[in-house]
Design a protein around this ligand. Structure first.
Ligand code: SAM
Length: 303
């Protein structure tokens, strides 16, 4: 396992690291095959991370501390020169094209600045995961719980968050952590980004979102989902609307959803979208679908 060294590239002002319950990592990791290193920096990460940074920036202008729970954090920082990224080529087709583009909307600026900060000599070697981006966006008084079940990914996550103030790298089930630890009062943002390698991920998203809203009706929620075929996503959207309540859906379709064996696009489901943000997210999906897709399109609607 390689651990990227971020020392000397970026430092947070103070250290406060707490590790989670290691035995959970070892037990559950047996069933987890997914490695985000194959996909880091692909079109779906660009959509998710540009939207996440926009949401954090908008929430950051309001007073009062924010608690962020990242249910599926991953390792926090990805090596684009490693065998996984090289084999898949997804980063080259995603962040490689974004950083070379002259026409990307301004909403991508936060992400491209983060990528430049990690790659100061201009060569694309590293890509930030959600923990790296969130930790960098937190203000004094904010809190961040990052959950990761795989032992190797959790170890790397701890290293990335070692110098981040108020960040906890938990080796814990993210669905359960959001259900049990979303603050009942105050401002909260829950990011749910599972690997979808287990059949019950869709059901657990709905249950977790409902539990989060039950604990804190003002919580903001962002869920990332793959778009393969319409039937699967429509069934999820129906269940979500019924159990959780009205939400906004932002779809990025790279191509028509005709081959269910392919990831044909991705969707973000958001609750508590700040005023004026929907149009900006539409620009993220629109640029990604038309520039990186084949006959791609963006769709925005409510459930
Ligand atoms: N959110 C990350 C980002 O944007 O950089 C990517 C996360 S990746 C899609 C999903 C991660 O969730 C994997 O590293 C996997 O090991 C982890 N995982 C799977 N099931 C989990 C669970 N129930 N709780 C916490 N982590 C889990």
């Amino acid at each position: 396992m390689e651990t990227l060294d971020i020392k000397g590239t970026f430092r947070w002002p103070s250290a406060n690291v707490l590790s989670g319950r290691g035995f959970l990592c070892r037990l559950d990791a047996k069933a987890l095959n997914y490695r985000h290193a194959f996909h880091a920096g692909n079109f779906a990460d660009l959509v998710k991370h540009a939207a996440l940074l926009e949401l954090l920036a908008r929430l950051g202008v309001s007073p009062g501390p924010l608690t962020v729970i990242d249910t599926h954090a991953g390792r926090g920082l990805y090596d684009l020169t490693g065998p996984e990224a090289q084999r898949s080529g997804e980063a080259e087709a995603g962040v490689g094209r974004l950083t070379a583009a002259a026409d990307a909307p301004d909403v991508f600026d936060g992400l491209t600045q983060a990528v430049r900060a990690l790659n100061p000599d201009g060569e694309l070697r590293r890509y930030p995961g959600s923990p790296w981006l969130i930790a960098r966006a937190l203000r004094r008084g904010d809190r961040y719980l990052a959950c990761e079940l795989r032992a190797d990914e959790h170890k790397a996550l701890q290293a990335v968050l070692r110098a981040a103030p108020s960040a906890q790298a938990l080796c814990a089930d993210g669905f359960r952590t959001a259900t049990e630890r979303t603050p009942r009062d105050g401002r909260a943002l829950v990011l749910i980004d599972p690997p979808f390698e287990r059949a019950d991920d869709y059901r657990r998203i709905v249950e977790t979102a409902a539990a989060v809203l039950d604990r804190n009706p003002a919580a903001h929620l962002m869920v990332w989902l793959p778009l393969k075929d319409l039937a699967t996503f429509d069934a999820f959207a129906g269940d979500f609307g019924e159990a959780v309540g009205p939400a906004q859906v932002f779809e990025t379709r790279l191509r028509p959803l005709t081959d269910p064996m392919k990831m044909n696009g991705c969707a973000l489901v958001l609750l508590g979208v700040p005023q004026g943000m929907a149009g900006v997210l539409e620009a993220v999906c629109g640029w990604t679908a038309t520039t990186l897709g084949e006959r791609g399109e963006a769709r925005v609607y409510g459930v």
